[in-house]
Write a protein that binds this ligand. Structure first.
Ligand code: HEM
Length: 353
């Protein structure tokens, strides 16, 4: 009896030892060579299971949050690669490109002067409400652009200079500025639209202006224009449509997982044969929104840098329109001749005056 007991004990120790060695080797093989550990013949290997999780499939959970059933969202890798790769790169190229182009333009063409000299007489171009709308839209846009660019490029440019503490406080503050000023921008955008849309429909005169390159490349060339010339009309429409689009994608980013604007837009585009995905998960909605928000913002920022240049140092007398609202009559005649005629007719001023 004693012998049988000792034999059984020895056998058990041997079997346990063997199993231990086997499972260790198997685990190692599973990690290194993709083998199923334990030589089990289950319906799913670890590799299959992890592949399932890795590609962003949802499992089941007791938690109320619908995103909680997804352990890994693999589209996140693509989103990050696109955001930190081509999007950041081409955005930086666009920003550096426009600044370089404007610098070259300034050195070659110089400041666009009033050819006939300042007359000393003025004409009202924008009233108080117009200027309020412009500066509400412009001021908030500039701060939104700066805080937004910090989110995109700050970690490369400012973080190494300022250090993590200052950069982190600055970025958190910037995020609040960004979120709250967005509403100021939307209000300014809507007001500017209502005030100026009537002056911004295309007319035949615009074509003349475009054919003469707006007269910006050569002194003494003054193509016809009413209140807004063709270039300003283009800026107006890009600002309005781009501004609306950034506002909508921005709201979707502020209130995450509550909208389906991207899949709805893709469904409309698919009518024209685009073949875009329409069964987007709430997380994918956010990622597409973010990418679109950045693309439109960068396009607008690049365009607005050119607008700020021409509205300030690039053209003599232009800033007065948004400063006091009164512009020199000679400036107005050279850049908006048809508008001056219309205004003079309204107020009974004869053409020679
Ligand atoms: C921050 C510096 C800015 C300056 C110095 C500036 C200057 C000006 C000036 C002088 C005008 C009137 C032009 C005229 O009399 O015909 C104007 C118009 C306008 N501005 Fe600005 N602006 C600035 C920023 C912005 C921003 C950030 C936006 C949009 C987000 C914007 C949008 C517009 C629009 C839509 C118009 C009417 C169309 C046009 O003239 O192009 N501006 N701006």
């Amino acid at each position: 009896m004693k012998r049988i007991f000792t034999l059984t004990m020895l056998l058990s120790i041997l079997i346990i030892g063997f199993l231990k060695i086997d499972s260790t080797t198997n685990n190692a093989l599973a990690q290194e060579k993709g083998m199923v550990p334990g030589n089990t013949l289950g319906i799913k290997s670890d590799a299959d299971l992890w592949r399932y999780i890795r590609t962003g499939k949802a499992g089941s959970t007791q938690m109320k949050d619908e995103l909680a059933s997804v352990m890994i969202q693999s589209e996140g890798d693509n989103w990050r690669a696109l955001r930190n790769g081509p999007l950041s790169f081409y955005g930086a190229v666009g920003l550096a490109g426009i600044i370089g182009l404007l610098a070259v333009f300034f050195f070659v063409r110089g400041r666009i002067r009033v050819d006939s000299g300042m007359s000393g007489k003025t004409i009202l171009r924008f009233g108080t409400i117009d200027r309020f709308a412009h500066w509400l839209m412009a001021g908030s846009f500039v701060l939104l652009a700066l805080t937004g660019l910090n989110l995109m490029y700050g970690k490369y440019i400012l973080l190494p200079v300022l250090g993590p503490e200052i950069f982190s406080s600055m970025t958190i503050g910037g995020k609040y500025i960004h979120n709250f000023l967005a509403f100021g921008f939307m209000a300014g955008l809507a007001l500017s639209f209502l005030l100026w849309v009537k002056h911004n429909f295309p007319t035949k005169v615009d074509w003349e202006w475009i054919k003469l390159g707006g007269g910006i490349f050569k002194a003494g060339v003054h193509p016809p224009a009413r209140k807004f010339n063709a270039g300003q009309k283009i800026i107006f429409w890009i600002t309005m449509l781009g501004g609306l689009s950034i506002s909508m994608s921005g709201i979707a980013l502020m209130f995450p997982f509550t909208t389906s604007m991207m899949s709805d837009t893709f469904a409309i585009l698919n009518v024209f044969g685009f073949g875009l995905p329409t069964d987007l998960s709430p997380m994918q909605e956010q990622q597409y929104n973010q990418i679109w928000h950045v693309i439109v913002s960068l396009v607008l920022i690049v365009m607005i840098i050119a607008h700020i240049y021409i509205g300030s140092i690039g053209m003599e007398g232009a800033i007065d329109a948004m400063n006091t609202g009164e512009v020199d009559r000679n400036w107005a005649k050279e850049h908006h001749g048809l508008w001056v005629k219309e205004e003079d007719e309204k107020s009974g001023i004869k053409p020679a005056e």
